[in-house]
Design a protein around this ligand. Structure first.
Ligand code: GLU
Length: 302
């Protein structure tokens, strides 16, 4: 079994990669702090990457807010900061490689059509309906008809084919290395098929979280990906693309999530209290750090 042990040879490089589509909350503070502290302990570099590809939801004030929040928490990072919106051609190019291998197909289906055709019992790890494969293997004439009408389309990954190729290249079941808070590593066996044929290029943006995170973790030489457990399952699909595109495998550390009083994960969409509003209410950065450290796992000692 082969893992690219980049982390054993290079200076550690860690990152905090927020999406500026809402104000940061305590969960983000924990993510940023976990990466920052781990970088410090490992003698590594710490980067910030702004994942601003979602044109409909990104707002400039959220970007300003990220930098204000990090400064307030005393989290410093290298310059320049990478903005994904400046690198869309790189994501398109990576997708073109996948396309050239016959792993992508255009999907013209609307959300409504997908919901109507999907099996309500088949949910992905985030609880969303698994895409029912409506456009997989459709005749070229159908594709051309939609293109002639100027219909927008997404590019989806043929997950079965992609996994078959990745397994062949990897030499067995796809895995990644997960380190825990004490720095112990374990091998996690991936199950990417449960995501179905994921979107690689969205209808409205020539990118997606999946392709841009994989391209940028490699471009920035990230050796340790630190982020919340909510992205643990997403790693499976990311590993498929890393293997197919010959990109190195970082180590992963998924930290536990901060939950609200009802035991639910904090989320921008459900209006979790923002770091900015805590600041305005007179909460100090030290109090925030204490609050998240009592809910976080200890950090690896390096
Ligand atoms: N941009 C993603 C988010 O804010 C995190 C990406 C990652 O850490 O891989 O949820």
């Amino acid at each position: 079994m082969r893992l690219t042990r980049l982390q054993e040879t290079a200076q550690p490089v860690l990152r905090f990669a927020p999406s500026p589509n809402g104000a940061l909350h305590l969960g983000h503070a924990l993510s940023a702090l976990t990466g920052f502290e781990m970088a410090r302990r490992l003698g590594g570099r710490f980067l910030v990457r702004i994942e601003d590809i979602d044109r409909a939801r990104v707002r400039p004030e959220y970007i300003t807010g990220i930098f204000e929040d990090l400064a307030w928490l005393g989290i410093t990072f290298e310059q320049p900061v990478l903005f994904q919106s400046h690198h869309l051609p790189a994501y398109k190019q990576a997708a073109a490689c996948l396309d050239a291998m016959g792993l992508l197909y255009p999907c013209f289906a609307s959300r409504k059509e997908i919901i109507a055709a999907a099996d309500p019992a088949k949910l992905d790890p985030e609880g969303a309906l698994v895409y029912p494969g409506i456009w997989r293997g459709r005749p070229q004439a159908d594709v051309e008809r939609e293109l002639a009408k100027g219909e927008p389309f997404a590019m989806r990954l043929d997950m079965e084919r992609a996994v078959a190729l990745a397994r062949k290249k990897f030499g067995g079941p796809i895995t990644f290395s997960e380190i825990d808070g004490a720095g112990r590593s374990r091998i996690v066996v991936c199950d990417p098929q449960r995501w179905g044929d994921v979107v690689v290029l969205r209808k409205e943006t020539p990118s997606s979280y999946l392709i841009s995170v994989v391209v940028d973790d490699a471009r920035q030489g990230i050796t340790h990906v630190t982020r919340g457990m909510d992205l643990f399952a997403a790693t499976d699909a990311q590993r498929v693309l890393q293997i197919i595109l010959d990109l190195p495998a970082p180590l992963y550390h998924h930290h536990r999530l901060i939950v609200d009083d009802a035991g639910l994960k904090l989320s921008k969409s459900t209006g979790a209290q923002s770091l900015a509003s805590l600041r305005v209410a007179g909460v100090t950065a030290a109090q925030v750090l204490r609050r998240i450290s009592t809910t976080a796992v200890p950090l690896p000692s390096g």
